[in-house]
Ligand binder design. Structure first.
Ligand SMILES: *Cc1c(COP(=O)(O)O)cnc(C)c1O
Length: 357
């Protein structure tokens, strides 16, 4: 048995893997991989996936759900382009790490004047900036709700009256969120939703009342076109959307976001408790800013690295190596990672400390 703590693509529920794999062989007589995206079968899948996103996240009236391609990385460009509402566009970005920086770079690339309105770069992104004071009248504000690499997470939605955009790639579907505060939310599927390939967009329909777009506005990057064509502007990533739909069904079957959120809270509580009480580990993030999805920690004694690595490898743990920008370890605990796997990791940490402490 393997315990997959990988940062993404990552673990999905076993029953979802099983049903998806059956459909690769036989989905109403064909493989899910060969059906036409214009067939009624797939139109039904798309409809169900979109309505399950609305149900699961309690999306209010006035929003559209889209599954498009390009990942969150193209989402940086798409979200910015569609939020431009003036001829000399400006935007306020919060810089909380690698992905935020990526979003900032792409906004600059399309000619937006970007102000970094808050940043945690001074401490290698190990905290979330607080009391952000927004004084300028930007076209929009952008932030990253969970910082997959640095292990920090916004506990509160950024407070502003300006249009708000959020990259929620690594914590969407992990907890309740008030969608009504946002104009665009985007997320690559491959963390909490499904296989890589689809990118989820939740778009407030009235952004297009003010949107002037960029001078550069290819058809595919204009979200209005995707809304008008019900996410079928071109061939969608059929398998990724289908499997995401299965996972959304699963989320609702086990009790929806409330159940998922309390499972995630428990997993995070247990692991942080161990990191804080075990003398051989140090958390890289303190207190309220800690991510419940990606837990980053270091050894207090680097010379024990080989010993610890051997122990977790032997326990069947996968994907625990930290990102190079932080070092150490990162335990990604997306929705589908069972509490059992977290308990195994904690046991290994306790055992390691007993033998080497
Ligand atoms: C994984 C991740 C991305 C990159 O997503 P792609 O779909 O690979 O482009 C962007 N932002 C965040 C917060 C992520 O976790």
């Amino acid at each position: 048995m393997k315990h997959n703590f990988g940062a993404g693509p990552c673990i999905l529920p076993k029953s979802v893997f099983e049903e998806a794999s059956k459909s690769v062989i036989n989905f109403n007589g064909l493989s899910i991989l060969e059906i036409s995206h214009r067939s009624q079968d797939f139109v039904d899948i798309m409809d169900e996936a979109q309505s399950l996103v609305k149900k699961t996240l309690n999306v209010p009236e006035g929003y559209s759900i889209l599954f498009i391609q390009g990942g969150a990385s193209l989402g940086f460009t798409i979200s910015a382009l569609n939020m431009i509402s003036s001829s000399k566009p400006t935007a306020g970005y919060i810089n909380t790490g690698t992905w935020s920086q990526g979003a900032i770079n792409e906004a600059k690339n399309i000619g937006i004047k970007v102000s970094t309105i808050a940043s945690s770069e001074d401490k290698n992104f190990n905290y979330i900036p607080k009391n952000i004071n927004i004084t300028e009248n930007f076209d929009f504000i952008h932030y990253t709700s969970n910082n997959t690499i640095f292990g920090t997470q916004f506990q509160d939605i950024v407070n502003t009256n300006l249009p708000l955009v959020c990259d929620m790639s690594s914590d969407i579907f992990s907890k309740k969120i008030d969608i009504s505060k946002f104009d665009i939310i985007y997320a690559g599927a491959q963390k909490n939703l499904g296989p890589a390939g689809a990118t989820l967009f939740i778009v407030k329909n009235n952004i297009f009342d003010n949107s002037v777009g960029g001078e550069f506005m290819p058809k595919y990057l204009n979200l209005k076109n995707h809304i008008d064509k019900k996410s079928m502007l071109n061939t969608p990533p059929v398998f990724s959307i289908y499997t995401s739909m299965l996972n959304l069904r699963y989320m609702n079957k086990i009790g929806g976001i409330d159940t998922i959120e309390s499972n995630n809270n428990l997993k995070a509580l247990k692991l942080y408790e161990e990191i804080d009480s075990n003398p051989l580990f140090n958390s890289t993030v303190k207190g309220i800013d800690r991510s419940k999805m990606n837990v980053t920690f270091l050894l207090t004694n680097e010379s024990l690295k080989e010993t610890f690595d051997k122990m977790w490898n032997e326990a069947g743990i996968i994907g625990l190596k930290g990102h190079r920008s932080v070092g150490g370890y990162r335990a990604s605990m997306y929705n589908a990672l069972p509490l059992e796997s977290v308990k195994i990791l904690i046991e290994v940490m306790k055992e390691f400390s007993k033998k080497n402490g």
